[in-house]
Design a protein around this ligand. Structure first.
Ligand SMILES: *Cc1c(COP(=O)(O)O)cnc(C)c1O
Length: 388
């Protein structure tokens, strides 16, 4: 097939839920993706913060190949060494005691909502406006953006939205029925919004006072994205439950919901399950991903190169008055502009850079954490050329 045939065939047979860019990606390696004509692009999207170790990593390819000949899936009726080994490895890197394996971010959040209700025997979950928690019915309801809920009513009961980064709004919303507060430590989808210092620790204090669980949605911020392994380490706040997914297994679908022992023990056999959660294949790949993180020191790279990148973007302000703010942490970076900038995506693509626009006016960068300063220089050069 050629590019047009792929697009036409896809549009004819795949349901029309995605506003896709006009690009067919044929193959990819490291930070570079290639279209069907062989043109190359620096990937500043990374499958939306998924391909943190870069595309088609040799070690991941070897693990997939080896594991696929040993054991792919057995269901959770049985044990596998791969799941046991990875669970230990992941839990030890987290501030928690136990993990439940899911297959996506939304499912990890669903599991967290269920666990919070089961543990507290209460129903109400407070979440934030402009948040994003996934596309299942419960998680679109948790998501504080009406556009994702419209047309899918009736929505599940028990969710309340308050302004992000506003501790008083949370205080006012708490009732005797509040089970948990679910929050992204940095909001991703709504345009890389970093809360004020003290906000997350104030949430922690409030939860402790009122006996409410604190849940961090680290589906996007987890696995080194923000310059720490989990973004919770930036504030030093330890939540009761952490969910994660995107970068967990190098692009193999997987999610995880982690909790401390007391809370986790509210789940007993039969209370929650998924057929595919924690397959031997996903766990072995995820474990290889953790090895790569260590060997290539990716958390440090994210922190240092993110800082370098943000400084260079900050300097663009001098010649581009349309820049309102450059913000982020590690290699989760956004530039807020004073206009709707969706047209920049095609302009960057023409110059060999894949970018993404969040919330209409924020250019979002979530590249592979292996990206080099030279590649980031090239990105800054292109942004400089295409910004008005
Ligand atoms: C992407 C995302 C989700 C949803 O993850 P899926 O794997 O698409 O279900 C949930 N929360 C946050 C913060 C995300 O960025």
């Amino acid at each position: 097939m050629n590019t047009n045939e792929v697009i036409e065939t896809n549009d004819e047979y795949v349901m029309n839920t995605y506003g896709r860019y006009n690009l067919v990606i044929d193959h990819a390696h490291g930070c570079i993706v290639y279209d069907m004509e062989g043109n190359e692009y620096i990937d500043m999207v990374a499958g939306i913060a998924v391909n943190s170790i870069g595309h088609t990593h040799q070690k991941v390819a070897e693990t997939i190949s080896k594991q696929s000949k040993k054991l792919i899936h057995i269901s959770n009726l049985y044990y596998s060494q791969e799941q046991a080994v990875y669970a230990k490895h992941l839990v030890e890197l987290s501030p928690h005691d136990k993990v439940f394996f899911a297959n996506s971010g939304a499912e990890a959040n669903e599991a967290a909502i269920k666990l919070a209700r089961k543990y507290t025997h209460k129903g109400e979950i407070i979440t934030m406006k402009d948040s994003f928690h996934g596309r299942t019915l419960a998680t679109i309801t948790a998501t504080g953006q009406p556009k994702y809920q419209k047309g899918f009513e009736p929505l599940p009961a028990g969710f309340k939205h308050v302004e992000y980064n506003n501790i008083d709004a949370v205080k006012e919303a708490i009732t005797d029925e509040t089970a948990a507060i679910l929050v992204e430590p940095i909001q991703g989808e709504s345009g890389v919004r970093v809360p004020d210092e003290g906000y997350l620790s104030d949430l922690r204090k409030l939860c402790d006072e009122k006996g409410i669980l604190l849940i961090f949605d680290e589906v996007q911020t987890g696995f080194g994205r923000t310059g720490k392994f989990f973004a919770s380490e930036l504030s030093g706040v330890v939540p009761d439950i952490t969910t994660s997914a995107k970068a967990i297994a190098g692009g193999i679908p997987m999610g995880a919901m982690l909790a401390n022992k007391e809370v986790a023990n509210a789940f007993t056999p039969g209370t929650h399950a998924t057929t595919f959660g924690g397959t031997a294949l996903a766990c072995s790949v995820a474990d290889t991903v953790l090895d790569i993180f260590e060997e290539e020191d990716l958390v440090t790279k994210s922190r240092d190169n993110g800082k370098y990148f943000m400084e260079k973007l900050e300097a663009l302000k001098e010649n581009h008055s349309c820049i309102v703010e450059v913000r982020g942490s590690g290699l989760m970076v956004g530039i807020e502009l004073d206009y709707e900038c969706g047209d920049l995506v095609a302009k960057a693509q023409d110059k060999g850079i894949l970018i993404n626009v969040a919330n209409g006016n924020v250019v979002r960068f979530v590249p592979p954490l292996i990206i080099t300063k030279e590649e980031l220089d090239k990105v800054v050069e292109v942004i400089d050329e295409i910004l008005p």
